[in-house]
Design a protein. Sequence first.
Length: 185
Amino acid sequence: MSLLSRCLQAFTAVASALAAACSPQNTLQIENGRLQAPTGQGYVVLALTLQSLSPDQADLQVELLGANSRHSLRADISRDSIVGPAGEVRGRLWVMPLAAGSYTLSQAWGNWAAKGANGRGGQKHFQLDRHFKIAAGEVLYLGEISAQLHFAATLAYSDQSTRDFYQLKQWGVQDTSQIATRLLQ
């Protein structure tokens, strides 16, 4: 294989990986500009955002538990971003199909590295215990979980629907009127 062929093959692989990293986590089912959950399921929309003293080595991971399932949702400060009308924030907008039922956002972990402290950083555990229910066919916006990751790490909940629905529109969801909002408290 020639050097040119190998370079072209490597370029194609990198381009595919970048396209996958920039797209929503799963292929969304959209009908008539609206999110249409798969049969027997609903969609949950949740933003995870983070800020850190380490602009390239921090992440937030949230555990989502259901009756027969466990999901790990993650946002990485160096890879993930959510685009809104006012610009971009570091984080990830999750749109997850879930079977109808009751769920718990049970706990979260924030990890970061501090370059000026000999590479040391930290990890913070947050107990969440936030419960919600989703019905088949429902699209539910839970808001944002935002982490400030540093040596006095904090976690907050907020409504960022203007930004998050803007991101959904970038992904082809032109009509967000059927999305129910039940914010985490």
